[in-house]
Design a protein around this ligand. Structure first.
Ligand code: AMP
Length: 197
């Protein structure tokens, strides 16, 4: 099962991906997590990405495409994977199509979570409050300015992916404003359908 979770920051992609990981025993490939790990480890990629990420802007397509391509080649991705936060531009979507072709693989579904922007800002604020209450460090890009930029990047560069995947016939849109369990149920319904093709 190869799946893309599409949606703006705060739409619940990470939460849903985690649930899918448990249920289907396939890994979540979050480019945000991979980049944050690179920053934490002080790698060359991490050093270059940090300021871009903190500002809420997108890291270059070449860098993320390479990270994803390498990750997909790892053994735990053989049965499939859930892409969370990638692709984020049409160029990344095209690169993904090409890299999967080259590896002899294809996507099963692209699930888009639709949410309204006011709700996203509230969710970001809650995530910050929960993180602080748990005694953890808040993400460098979870502040009002960077979050506004992340939403802006989403509108301009990522939202066009809906059309890209609508044309390929892979897009399924789900109402991400429902409670988390209802969203999970709808995603599972989609997966049952694509599985039985
Ligand atoms: P996320 O955890 O998905 O919200 O990503 C956090 C940040 O990592 C983003 O705001 C970008 O700076 C960077 N990032 C993550 N995924 C990508 C991607 N596919 N393309 C470009 N930048 C990305």
């Amino acid at each position: 099962m190869r799946l893309i979770l599409l949606g703006p920051p705060g739409a619940g992609k990470g939460t849903q991906a985690q649930r899918l990981v448990e249920r289907h025993s396939i890994p979540q490939l979050s480019t945000g997590d991979m980049l944050r790990a690179a920053v934490a480890n002080g790698t060359e990629v991490g050093r270059r990405a940090k300021a871009i990420m903190d500002a809420g802007e997108l890291v270059s397509d070449d860098v993320v495409n390479q990270i994803v391509s390498d990750r997909i080649d790892e053994a735990d991705c053989r049965k499939g994977f859930i892409l969370d936060g990638f692709p984020r531009t049409v160029a990344q979507a095209e690169a993904l199509t090409a890299m999967l072709d080259e590896k002899g693989q294809k996507l099963d579904a692209v699930v888009e979570l639709k949410v309204d922007e006011a709700a996203l800002i509230k969710r970001m604020e809650k995530r910050v409050a929960d993180t602080l209450a748990g005694g953890h460090t808040v993400r460098g890009d979870d502040n009002p300015e960077s979050f506004a930029k992340r939403l802006d990047e989403y509108r301009q560069k990522t939202a066009p992916l809906s059309n890209y995947y609508r044309k390929t016939g892979e897009l399924v849109t789900i109402d991400g404003m429902q409670d988390m369990d209802a969203v999970t149920r709808e995603i599972e319904n989609v997966l049952t359908r694509v599985d039985s093709f």
